[in-house]
Design a protein around this ligand. Structure first.
Ligand SMILES: C[S@@+](CC[C@H](N)C(=O)[O-])C[C@H]1O[C@@H](n2cnc3c(N)ncnc32)[C@H](O)[C@@H]1O
Length: 208
């Protein structure tokens, strides 16, 4: 068995699903970028049976874990995981050949990857999502360049020690980069443990 288990995913999957209830379309395909263990996508596929879910992760170990969780669940509305590195400029083109997307969800990735992964995510999402489709991000954020809690500041220091290219991102900077790629910020929602749900909508017309 290759199943990985993330205690954080088990804790945050229910509050995240509550936010997703208000933003996901009634039908269509949702891409999850950076699915990790696969526990989120399994939960969401069960919670939103009318949607088709497409998990992804650049890590082969993660994809193996996702496959095992999905096989165990017996769910039929989840596609096999794809290898997707958000910083690879080719990812939207390779996905587009296979499937039409109606929403993208990315949980706890942009701070645990170089900044170019965040930019690549926004770039690819802008290429793939139709007008008004949601892009959902979840994680800790700085606001106006300041940490919102001591625990987030300590976490940021830990991340940067592990990899100087990682770190808790500044919400306004992410929003500016998203706006430059044709997204408007629909809302942010305060989540448990000083995390934030960030919901963008794609307005194709606004793309530069
Ligand atoms: C902290 S884990 C989060 C996993 C899962 N979303 C969760 O919340 O439990 C970060 C994940 O981001 C993935 N990741 C790292 N760099 C990435 C990139 N450039 N593009 C896509 N995913 C990436 C890792 O492989 C890992 O699975």
């Amino acid at each position: 068995m290759n199943k990985q288990h993330s205690p954080a995913a088990l804790r945050n999957r229910t509050p995240i699903a509550q936010v997703l209830e208000g933003i996901l379309p009634e039908s269509g395909t949702v891409l999850e970028v950076a699915s990790g263990s696969g526990e989120h996508v399994t939960h969401f596929a069960r919670h939103f049976p009318q949607l088709t879910w497409l998990p992804s992760d650049p890590s082969a170990e993660a994809r193996s874990s996702i496959t095992d969780h999905l096989q165990e669940s017996g769910l039929s509305n989840c596609l096999p995981p794809v290898a997707l590195d958000a910083s690879d400029p080719q990812w939207p083109a390779s996905l587009l050949q296979e499937t039409e997307l109606h929403a993208i969800v990315c949980i706890n990735m942009i701070h645990i990857a170089p900044w170019k992964a965040c930019l690549g995510l926004l770039e690819g999402a802008a290429d793939l999502l139709p007008e008004e489709a949601p892009l959902y991000l979840y994680g800790p954020y700085q606001r106006a360049g300041k940490h919102t809690s001591e625990s987030n500041a300590a976490f940021d220091a830990q991340l940067q020690q592990r990899n100087p290219e990682w770190g808790v991102r500044n919400l306004e900077t992410v929003c500016e980069e998203a706006q430059d790629r044709g997204f408007r910020l629909e809302k942010t929602v305060e989540m448990p443990a000083n995390n934030l749900s960030v919901v963008f909508r794609h307005s194709a017309a606004a793309r530069r």
